[in-house]
Structure formats: structure tokens, C-alpha cells
Design a protein around this ligand. Structure first.
Ligand code: C2O
Ligand code: CU
Length: 465
């Protein structure tokens, strides 16, 4: 693992300043993601092979953990592509299990979305070619959509950064994959899923940034730092701050917000992304802590102490003229709220005990696949009225389309607070009204992104035709 990591740093070094990676003479660290290599001679195509396979990785001081990873890495290689280009990924399955790859947040043809039955499971030893154009800038991620709770936890996930033509300039930009891991003392994964793990999603004591336990990232003093954050944890929410520094939030899941937002924290549920800028102090040697502060998502989770996620150490030559913090973003097309009640789809999320006495998570009182599919005509705009009738938050994720949150608990969300999202926290005992344009045919999933909840039934389908 060590070897692969330093190879990653070496590649990042060799790539020079492109994308904010360090140049030869700057101090750096181990926490850069390993970039995927583009094998296509065609400039408008990014083509690469990803092999899903078992591997080994050491977490902290524990004995080596048998993991599953893309190219044997956790996280998988960073796919760094331009908006408008085509991504072509040859997926080779060398796992002892069937798998698929879901491209979380990407607008693509349904046959490329990585869900069964839009594609057949990729059997052990088999391959599948994913190919689609990238319509939107933003940070996305990829993970299996078969036994996702187990496969993602074992390490199958990776980040996909799509650059637009008008990206804000930062002195340093980093993709941070946030995760946690629950391991036994011998370094292996527990096999038994207890009620706590079913209820909260598997949560572990080890917090990970780019697969490393609470690493120290190095950045130049005085720099404008852009952090592209994605939470790939099964259950943990990250309520993240960067020391006490003010944050400028440029965007969430999809393309950036029309106007950046000031914040002290960003809250990321599983599946969520955030695009954040922060001006680092011009104080060489200073160490800034990345901390996840308490957040109540149900069952007294808010009583936990703050958790250290990682550190940023200011080292090297100070930046004399830091990049400015953006004050504007791309224009946002505001989707209209459909007025005909027939155009509102009601989705109620609840939890309970099934007839076998097991915890179950329901959509409109049923568990997937018994939840009847919602039919939507191609091109239609529909409102999803998502009600959380339980005592804990559920992060609602829609495949294939962005939505805009237009009302929360009956109160309209002001236009300047809207954005393109694909994952949103539906707080306990709250209703959100989300609007989307269903302009791509096929079968599309929606589900809670606490992966244990999805696997235990909190999932449904939208059929667009
Ligand atoms: Cu990231 Cu259906 O999932
Ligand atoms: Cu849930």
C-alpha cells in the first residue's frame, strides 16, 4: 500500500502544477489520490481500465486488512476529466463476487448507470465497458450498486472530478475522500451486522481521508485552498470545519452554486459532496485541524465529542498573492414547481420491525423491491415530496438527475439558496419538496444513502418513458 501511495505522490509531482498539485520543490504529503492514467490518443476521450480486485492495506497500527479496491487501491484511482469529454472505463472484475459500477451524480444513459436490471451483474472474471459523455462539471464518485453496503465498506469507491471551462482558480486544490472504517483488532472486517450498524449504518472509530487514518496534509502558508469533498462512508455524517477558518462554499453535489455561501461548517451525509474554498493563514509551521463536530442525526449521535479527521500543516514558501475567493458562480436555471397535484410524487421514509423481527426501512410502507415503481413521461418536471416519518435523518439520493430543493417543512427555499443536488439530508420528521426534470429514459433508482438502509429496503424506482 505504502508503495502505491508514494507512486501516487510521484505521479502527482510529475504532473506538476496542473490541477493544483505540488511542483518539484514544494513540500508534500502522502494523501494525494493516485490519478488514473488516460490511455486514449483522442483528446476528447478519457479511457482507462479499472480492475476491481482484492488487495491489502494497512490502517493505522492495525495488522494488514484484506480489502477490495479498484486497482487494489482504497480509494480507487482519481478520474480527472473535462466537461464535454467522453469517459470510457473498462471494468474488469477480479473479485470473488459479482459487481457493477454506479457513477454517483452523473447524468448518463440508464444502461451505464450500474444498476441491475439496466445492466447484468458483472460476474467474477468478466468485464464491462462503461462509456458516456460528461455533461456537468463537479465532483462525483463511483461505487458498486450490488451489495453496496458491503462492497463500498471493503473499499470499492473512487472520486471523479469533472472540470469545467470556468473553474475558480485556487493556489492548491485537493480532492478529499472522507470515510470511516470499522475493523477488528486483527485488521479484518466484522462479518456480523448488529442492530446498531443496521440502524446507524456501519460506523468505525478510524476516520479516513483518502484512505489514510487522520493524515496530515501539507499546504503553503497564505494559500487559497480549494477542497473537493466527498463522503463515501456507509453511515457516518461529517460535520466538518477547517480549524476556525471561515469557509466559502462554492457548490454541493452538482455544478457550482450561482453565489458562493459563507459558512463555518459543511455537513456531508453519505454520498454528499461539497466544494469549499478557504484562505490559509500566512503562518509557517501552523497546524490546522480538520474536525467533525457533533451533529444530531438521531439516536443521540449528537452527544458524541468532536472527532479529529485530519490536519493541514502549513509548510514551504508562503503564497504572496493568494488567489481571490470567488464571489460569483454559474447561473442557475430555476426549475418551476409543478402546480398540478398529479405531478407530485409522495415518498415516505419510515423504519420499523418486519414480521421476522428484523429492523426494516420502508418506502411508503414497503421494502424494495416491493415498492411500486413511479412512472414519469420523458421530459416531464415532477416534484418529489419526500417525508421522513422516522426519528433519524435519511440522506435521500436520486440517480440520473439533479434536483432542486424548493421547500423545506412547507417553507419555500429562497432562489439564492437553491442548487443542483443529487443527495439531500431529509431530517427526522420533516418533509422536503424536490423538483427534477426527468429528461433521460430508463429505470432510475432512488434510495437512502445510508447503505444498510438501502439494502434493508429503503429504495425505489422511477421509470421514465
Ligand atoms: Cu451512491 Cu444508488 O448510489
Ligand atoms: Cu436511511
Amino acid at each position: 500500500m505504502r508503495v502505491a501511495r508514494s507512486l501516487g505522490s510521484a505521479l502527482a509531482l510529475a504532473l506538476g502544477a496542473c490541477g493544483g498539485e505540488p511542483t518539484q520543490d514544494e513540500p508534500t504529503d502522502d494523501a494525494w489520490l493516485v490519478p488514473a492514467v488516460d490511455a486514449s490518443p483522442d483528446d476528447s476521450v478519457f479511457e482507462t481500465t479499472l480492475t476491481a480486485r482484492p488487495g491489502s492495506k494497512q490502517y493505522g497500527d492495525l495488522p494488514a486488512t484484506p480489502i477490495w479496491g479498484y486497482d487494489g487501491l482504497v480509494p480507487g484511482p482519481l478520474l480527472d476529466v473535462r466537461r464535454g469529454d467522453t469517459l470510457r472505463v473498462h471494468l474488469a472484475n477480479e473479485l470473488p463476487a459479482s459487481t457493477t459500477v454506479h457513477w454517483h451524480g452523473i447524468r448518463l444513459p440508464a444502461t451505464m448507470d450500474g444498476v441491475v436490471p439496466m445492466q447484468a451483474p458483472i460476474e467474477p472474471g468478466a468485464t464491462f465497458d462503461y462509456e458516456f459523455p460528461l455533461k456537468d462539471a463537479g465532483l462525483y464518485w463511483f461505487h458498486p450498486h450490488l451489495e453496496a453496503d458491503e462492497q463500498v465498506q471493503r473499499g470499492l469507491h473512487g472520486a471523479l472530478r469533472v472540470r469545467g471551462d470556468d473553474e475558480p482558480v485556487a493556489d492548491v486544490e485537493r480532492v478529499l475522500v472522507l470515510d470511516d472504517i470499522d475493523l477488528k483488532e486483527d485488521g479484518t472486517f466484522p462479518t456480523y451486522l448488529d442492530d446498531e450498524a443496521k440502524m446507524m449504518g456501519r460506523e468505525g472509530d478510524l476516520l479516513l481521508v483518502n484512505g489514510l487514518v487522520t493524515p496530515t496534509l501539507v499546504a503553503p502558508p497564505g494559500a487559497t485552498l480549494r477542497l473537493r469533498l466527498v463522503n463515501v462512508a456507509n453511515g457516518r455524517f461529517f460535520h466538518l470545519r477547517v480549524g476556525e477558518l471561515p469557509l466559502v462554499v462554492l457548490g454541493g453535489d452538482g455544478p457550482r452554486y450561482p453565489s458562493p455561501r459563507d459558512a463555518t461548517h459543511v455537513l456531508l451525509a453519505p454520498g454528499d459532496r461539497a466544494d469549499v474554498m478557504v484562505r490559509l493563514p500566512a503562518a509557517p509551521g501552523e497546524v490546522i485541524e480538520l474536525v467533525s463536530d457533533p451533529y444530531e442525526r438521531g439516536h443521540h449521535s449528537g452527544d458524541r465529542p468532536p472527532a479529529l479527521v485530519g490536519r493541514i500543516e502549513l509548510a514551504g514558501a508562503a503564497v504572496q498573492e493568494p488567489a481571490p475567493l470567488p464571489t460569483t458562480g454559474p447561473e442557475l436555471e430555476l426549475l418551476p414547481d409543478p402546480t398540478d397535484p398529479a405531478d407530485t410524487i409522495a415518498i415516505e421514509l419510515t423504519e420499523g420491525i418486519d414480521p421476522q423481527g428484523e429492523l426494516a426501512f420502508y418506502v411508503n410502507g414497503l421494502t424494495y423491491p416491493d415498492v411500486p415503481p413511479v412512472m414519469v413521461p420523458l421530459g416531464a418536471i415532477r416534484a418529489l415530496e419526500v417525508t421522513n416519518g422516522s426519528e433519524m435523518d435519511h440522506p435521500f439520493h436520486l440517480h440520473g438527475f439533479f434536483f432542486q430543493e424548493i421547500a423545506r417543512a412547507g417553507v419555500p427555499v429562497p432562489a439564492e439558496e437553491r442548487g443542483w443536488e443529487d443527495t439531500v439530508i431529509v431530517p427526522a420528521e420533516t418533509t422536503l419538496r424536490l423538483v427534477a426534470r426527468f429528461d433521460e429514459p430508463g429505470m432510475w433508482m432512488y434510495h437512502c444513502h445510508i447503505l444498510e438502509h438501502a439494502e434493508l429496503g429503503m429504495m425505489g424506482e422511477i421509470h421514465v418513458e
